[in-house]
Design a protein around this ligand. Sequence first.
Ligand SMILES: [Zn+2]
Ligand SMILES: [Zn+2]
Length: 267
Amino acid sequence: MIFINALLDYHTHTTHSWDAKNTVGEMCQSAVDKGITEICFTEHFALREGDPCCDYIDFEQYSRDIEFAKDVFQGRLIVKKGLEIGEPHYKRDEINSRIKGQDLDFIIGSVHSIDGVDLKDYIIHRDQISSYRGYFEELLETVSVGDLDVIGHFDLLRRYAFDSSGRYRHADFQELIYEILKKAVSRNIGLEVNTSGFRSSSTEIFPSRAILKEYRDLKGEILTVGSDSHLTDTIGYNIGSVYLMLKQIGFKSVFSFEKRKPKAVEL
Ligand SMILES: [Zn+2]
Ligand SMILES: [Zn+2]
């Protein structure tokens, strides 16, 4: 029997993201219905030309919606305001000036493109090794200089490359993965465990258990868990079972964030 006092979904999108359909209020209601105790909205933001997230979000309206939801759901659901920044190393000074004063609780840093090319397009004419190498090199850039609290869906490329080239071998990218994790630990950047991997054809979590274990061996502790929901249906998806898996790997806590400061929530 597992007893979980808190269920936190730290990766969700609403109509403030170009690719999501439900409002902040609808997502909050669904979270309450599903027994989620805390939700963090992580709307897309990126400044790469050609990226559909580029300049999509209206920060003022986003703030108003978050404040309204905090009021309406007070006592039933903790609501946090975050962003998922695509390639936070790219135009990082401009990103910093745009998000300054936005009073964010949390930032996920994600790689959705390599050398300015969308992941799905990048892999079309490349073999498995060069596709993943490109991806992890871009991620190393992100973690080295970006302003982020956690690395989003660490080995996301698997979502797109799995059907054409199957499962990648951790050993083929051991050094790069190790460098990324070491850099993350040294900059106090955590990992996001993203349960949308269960909904992709590889049916595994992002990142892989091997990466999570290596992060723990490097004394990394900061983890958030998120469903990457773009619809009400998937809020909280498999988060309880991931908590159990993290406990088995040896982690003692997941983390919530307030004004960019991590706080441990015991598993
Ligand atoms: Zn993402
Ligand atoms: Zn996302």
